[in-house]
Design a protein around this ligand. Structure first.
Ligand code: ARG
Length: 464
């Protein structure tokens, strides 16, 4: 029997039935569907629609379904139901008979699916936050293992100024912190109960929605039934958070692929996340990072698909919305898996301290500090910049560095230069100068690491 009774004179076409079924995908919502159904049964019983006996039978049946699904996942494959909601109703009826058919009183699959997805987001939101925090802590540990290592900092992928390795790691921690916050916001938006909206206009039974919300641990109830059955904004929020996480991981991957190449040679990736070539025996390939970078494309695609899906939908529920779940599950799975892999990648990173230091010291990365030296002696910055650019040109032509250019040649360019300039050019001096909050001086970076640790814990503690 179809769920829609006897209005139709023909059963659904077989191709259409298969096309329309979402059970292969939304079976993942089974635990949430069971949880929501149990709470709805209690809500109906409280207003006398179900008897105590009905509720007991329903509770028993729902538990049995959950238990069998957990013990025997192949059981679900034996059923070609339209969706997870009809699967539960059909199995429940097999188990307990008529009481199963009373459960759908005053409820629609429209508010049911909206509820299930919100419960799912609440759950996986937490998992995503934990995975983000684990990854961020791994970045902090990477920084802690190499507190004094100096790397070249780049702009335009040209050596710009030296930076401390923990400062570099902290940049990705900042991104992870924002991602944590974004997932928290999505969780918060999902934390509103839609059940009781029924198909679109609100249920005709006077269920106590506030009490129902509390029983399912929701912070609040939705205030408009039309919106409640068709709102998927919280999914957009979550998919956006996943996408941003993926983009951030992808940027880190790009750095690590470059930095571990023979051309840079700063880092080496662990063998546990590298692959070899079936043809070239010498190769150690950074496939883990390449895959994470590649998978970020799926996240962008899923977010786009969801946005396009929602655009132009008339109020209220439309079946198009069924398409949200594949995108949702794929984004969550991809993000969780990518975070786990990147945690392992970061944990196994080895650093060639000397190569980092040599690269950081080269490329005239202390030129800005030479200009700052002149500024401190009263030369306007624009003028100082010009003098130093001439110094750099002379050095380049003579094959010298700022450290090895003799003082007379400096003084020929600008007589403010004096022998004390050389002290300003060491890597340590250049780093220490940047002691502002957020700067790369050891004095600024080490407290920033401590702060970051606390911020991660705080972000984990609060939903938004
Ligand atoms: N499988 C549907 C979905 O995922 C559930 C709701 C179906 N409602 C309906 N009126 N056809 O959105």
């Amino acid at each position: 029997m179809t769920l829609w009774g006897e209005l139709h004179s023909e059963p659904p076409d077989a191709h259409f039935a298969a096309f329309s079924s979402s059970f292969a995908c939304d079976r993942r919502l089974l635990p949430y569907d069971l949880e929501g159904s149990r709470a709805w049964a209690f809500a109906l019983a409280r207003i006398g629609i179900l008897t105590k006996k009905d509720v007991q039978q329903i509770g028993r049946g729902l538990r049995a379904i959950g238990k069998r699904a957990r013990a025997e996942p192949g059981w679900l494959d034996q059923h070609a139901e339209e969706d997870v909601h009809s699967f539960v109703e059909a199995r429940l009826h097999e188990l307990i008979g008529d009481a199963a058919w009373r459960l759908h009183t005053g409820r629609s699959r429209n508010d049911q699916v909206a509820l299930d997805v919100r419960l799912y987001v609440r759950d996986v939101g937490r998992q995503l936050q934990r995975a983000l925090a684990d990854y961020a802590f791994e970045l902090l540990r990477f920084g802690e293992r190499h507190p004094d290592v100096i790397l070249p900092g780049y702009t335009h992928l040209r050596r710009a100024q030296p930076i401390l390795l923990p400062h570099y790691a902290l940049a990705y921690v900042e991104m992870a912190l924002r991602d944590l916050e974004r997932v928290g916001q999505a969780r918060k938006r999902a934390d509103v109960l839609p059940l009781g909206s029924a198909a679109l206009a609100g249920t005709a039974y006077r269920v106590d929605r506030e009490r129902l919300a509390r029983s399912l641990r929701f912070a609040d109830c939705t205030d408009n039934s039309l919106d409640a059955v068709s709102d998927r904004d919280f999914l957009v929020d979550l998919l956006y958070a996943c996408t941003m996480t993926g983009l951030h991981l992808s940027r880190l991957c790009e750095d690590l692929i470059l930095y571990s190449s023979q051309e840079f040679g700063f880092f080496a990736m662990g063998d546990d996340v590298s692959t070899g070539s079936s043809l070239m025996p010498q190769k150690r390939n950074p496939d883990a990072c390449e895959l994470v970078r590649g998978k970020s494309g799926r996240l962008v695609g899923n977010l786009n698909a969801l946005l396009v899906l929602l655009k132009g939908l008339p109020l209220s529920y439309n079946r198009d919305l069924q398409e949200d779940k594949e995108r949702l599950f794929d984004s969550v799975d991809t993000t969780l898996a990518s975070l786990r892999v990147m945690k392992t990648v970061v944990a196994g990173l080895k650093v060639d301290v000397a190569a980092c230091r040599t690269a950081a010291a080269g490329g005239f990365s202390n030129a800005t500090d030479l200009a700052d030296y002149l500024v401190r002696k009263g030369v306007p910055f624009r003028m100082a910049h010009r003098h130093v650019s001439r110094v750099v040109r002379e050095c380049t032509e003579a094959g010298l560095t700022l450290e090895t250019l003799p003082i007379e040649r400096y003084r020929a360019i600008c007589d403010v230069f004096a022998p004390d300039l050389y002290e300003q050019l060491t890597l340590d001096a250049v780093l220490s100068a940047r002691a502002v909050r957020g700067g790369t001086a050891p004095l600024a970076v080490h407290p920033a690491m401590k702060r970051a640790q606390k911020r991660i814990l705080r972000a984990l503690g609060s939903p938004a």
